[in-house]
Design a protein around this ligand. Structure first.
Ligand code: ATP
Ligand code: MG
Length: 464
């Protein structure tokens, strides 16, 4: 922890008073100020520029009261201004309140221009200085927290994707590896795990980052339209085709084409996609001329492409082409420690959008976020925090605002219950598959018939 953060932590926990530096060449004034402020702050004193800088370096106070009229050139305010600049160079966030004499208006303005936080006029009013110093400490602590948060976020995001868990770090590593190649990449993962974000991250960290990133969801468009969207069409190729039109492959030339929900792409288009992957050529709808395209293909799905291959709905040769690079986005429940982090991140983002500053989760809310299983993954968490920010009334977001059932209010199944539920499901599935016949079900489950009968008894599965 830096001295600055020690000081803040101390200020917050009241174990240690925040440090305040008073710089004045007049001993009487130093004593008077110390006396006025001693109760709330840990006061350190300096009498000239050199001792001010040295003390500042050692103590790292967050707030400084600085007399502008310092020796070695008393009456020459440059010494005060130079001290101000040097202190700010040491710590940009420090709040320096300058003290000037009546009638030194231009110098006050100069000091504010040079970064002073505020100014006081001699003779200083004790109540005024107390309010100003308190306010300065408040502002600097907020700014410092913000800086820490920025530093923290800067260190744990990868192309906008956030996370520190080993599972998500492994994803970042994989993205870095595939990004430097031109190979097709298949992104796998449950809904809301960040597949589209990962596709963009691949593009943004590749040599193609200045080229276009074109994205299409293959599941929402009928086959004919998808064909024309992807490959474009020639003039007069169908009724109403008054002009030639470029497709998304054309538009992605020099960049990346992201095909989302690739499992839904109809078989005839799978053939055309395969041809592109093999020859880097397309033909527009209604055209005969092969057109050379330089686009990198990234695809994503949350469906089981291997099952598609077995059912004959997904071409095996295409599957192997698409999976030269493969990145699996883990579900949020497997990203240890990422939920509170993402929660805080979304809280900052939506708080700022809603003009609600200083929002924070209360302790219960943080626990609830961490325990919730997040079946809808990052998208669900994002929406949940967004709604909570809109609904909350104070600065503290509660479990009520999150509208989640805290996991600890439902009964947690024991290991035995979980095992029995699993066994019951397996047996019922096998029996259903074999129309209730015991022998083939037992064979499939790898147990003897008497064992299966015993299990059915134990688990309360009817025999007929
Ligand atoms: N690691 C992350 N850091 C920050 N935001 C994220 C992260 N992962 C996902 N998000 C956010 O979560 C939301 C869902 O992400 P995205 O659309 O990339 O998921 P997806 O896997 O493509 O979902 P679907 O399968 O439903 O299409 C987006 O708003 C995205 O910005
Ligand atoms: Mg998506």
């Amino acid at each position: 922890m830096s001295c600055l953060s020690c000081a803040l932590a101390g200020a917050k926990t009241n174990k240690m008073k925040p440090k305040l530096l008073i710089v004045d060449d007049d001993e009487e004034i130093r004593t008077q100020m110390k006396w006025a402020l001693d109760g709330d702050y840990d006061i350190v004193l300096a009498e000239d520029r050199a001792s001010a800088i040295e003390t500042f370096r050692m103590v790292r106070p967050l707030v400084v009261l600085l007399d502008l009229c310092l020796p070695a050139h008393p009456g020459d305010l440059d010494e005060g201004l130079a001290t101000l600049s040097e202190l700010l160079a040491l710590e940009r966030l420090a709040k320096i309140i300058v003290i000037a004499r009546q009638g030194e208006k231009s110098i006050e303005l100069q000091a504010i221009g040079a970064g002073a936080y505020d100014f006081l006029i001699k003779p200083v009013d004790t109540d005024e200085v107390k309010v100003l110093v308190r306010h300065a400490f408040h502002v600097v602590s907020l700014e410092f927290e913000y800086r820490q948060m920025q530093q923290m976020l800067g260190g744990i995001t990868f192309e906008g994707m956030m996370g520190t868990s080993p599972a998500i770090r492994a994803v970042f590593d994989s993205i870095r590896k595939v990004a430097i190649t031109n190979a097709p990449v298949l992104l796998l993962g449950e809904s809301g795990t960040g597949k589209e974000m990962a596709a963009r991250a691949i593009h943004d960290s590749s040599a193609r980052k200045d080229g276009p990133f074109i994205s299409i969801n293959c599941s929402t468009i009928p086959e004919m339209l998808l064909h024309r969207e992807l490959f474009g069409h020639e003039k007069e190729s169908f009724a109403g085709a008054h002009a030639q039109r470029k497709g998304l492959f054309d538009l992605a030339n020099g960049g990346t084409l992201f095909l989302d929900e690739i499992g839904e792409i109809p078989l005839p288009l799978q053939g055309k996609l395969l041809r592109f992957l093999q020859e880097q050529c397309i033909e527009r709808f209604g055209g005969r001329q092969p057109i050379k395209i330089d686009a990198r293909v990234v695809t994503a799905t949350n469906s089981d492409l291997k099952k598609g291959m077995m059912d004959g709905t997904f071409r095996e040769d295409l599957y192997y082409r698409l999976t030269v690079g493969q990145v699996v986005l883990p579900p949020l429940r497997e990203r240890e420690g990422d939920v509170p982090l993402l929660g805080q991140f979304f809280l900052q983002r939506f708080g700022a959008q809603a003009n609600k500053t200083g929002l924070a989760f209360d302790h219960e809310a943080l626990l609830a976020l961490d325990r919730y299983p997040w079946p809808g993954n990052v998208r669900q968490l994002e929406n949940c925090v967004h709604r909570a920010v809109i609904m909350c009334e104070g600065k503290r977001l509660t479990v009520r605002d999150l509208d989640l059932v805290p996991a600890d209010q439902g009964p947690i199944p024991t290991l035995k219950d979980a095992r029995e539920n699993f066994e019951r499901d397996m047996i019922q599935n096998a029996l259903r598959k074999h129309s209730g016949k015991i022998a083939p079900a037992a064979a499939e489950l790898g147990v003897s018939r008497p064992t299966l009968y015993d299990l059915m008894d134990k688990l309360g599965i009817p025999k007929e």
